[in-house]
Design a protein around this ligand. Sequence first.
Ligand code: AMP
Ligand code: MG
Length: 354
Amino acid sequence: MREPYRTTTVYFQVDPQVPEPRPIELAGDAIRAGGLVAFPTETVYGLGANALDETAVEKIFRAKGRPANDPLIVHIADVSQLPGLAVPVPEIAYRLFQRFAPGALTLVLNKREAVPANLTAGMDTVAVRIPDHAVALALIKAAGRPIAAPSANRFSRPSPTTARHVAADLEGRVDIILDGGPTAIGLESTILSLVRETPQVLRPGGVSLEELRAIVPDLTYQPQYLTDDAAAPSPGSMLKHYSPRATVILFRGDDDLAVWAAMKAFADDHDHVGLMTLEQDVSRFADLDVKVESLGADLDAAATRLFAALRSLDSRGVKWILARAPDTTGVGLAIGDRLLRAAEGVVIDVKPVV
Ligand code: AMP
Ligand code: MG
């Protein structure tokens, strides 16, 4: 077994819009020296290392306790860094980045030799994105090289949307944490593979399929929820992911009243129940002994708050977390995907009341 990466963690507060030069410089030095830096992006916090340094990349896996078969995303500051990582870079990649970069779109391309094998979990493809966050972009420029960065959480825990979440999981396992406040989108990037004939969405995320189809009308998306990673054509698609300590139960159904009734019945029959729901539905549970976490007014707000709500309910000591699966349009697709993984596939399909 690999030893966990151990170090002393130093914290810097940085302005998310106009990051101070000094902490960015120190963090860039740390990346060049082969260290680990956690930094904010617009999706979630990333745990970064020099993408072209195999030993530094290995530290990411050791810090997270991440299995070696789960590849990392490489973060670059602009498209001029693409040819250094991928070959060939197809025309469509430039068109997609022109529309969605910087932003929550990750492209999978054929990798260059220079990209270390551990970063790509031994595959000949590499995942690349340009984050839409001043701190992340400043850090990549200061480091002067692409930065490999998965989410800055321990393996299978909810992704971190604040520096405090990062500290809770990785204190003593990351050299520097750049605290730039809470992240804006709150869900990870959409991953689109361009290495097959037909573009294939491997993970729904911050950019919706509807938006992507405007540029790649023929894209495919085949949700994969594997309980055994061995056979995974797209690695890291394990069912158990984003898991809080409590058991998550997902309720699905079109009949609002029936779904609420099923959630209430579950809450009535169990102790230590927590529940996540949109703000306008919070009052429905007022007469029940449940700890309720509001996800905000709409699905965009819910995306931002989802992982923090899972962690918060955990810290409030609940045994169960109930949530309703959203519609699968727009950002709802990615929210539903994360909820299903947090629930490890436990879904209660609620029949309409006739
Ligand atoms: P994270 O940044 O922690 O959300 O994890 C990155 C995810 O990107 C992995 O779990 C994979 O699902 C995906 N990924 C990274 N590189 C590749 C690749 N070369 N091919 C397919 N998927 C990838
Ligand atoms: Mg992750």
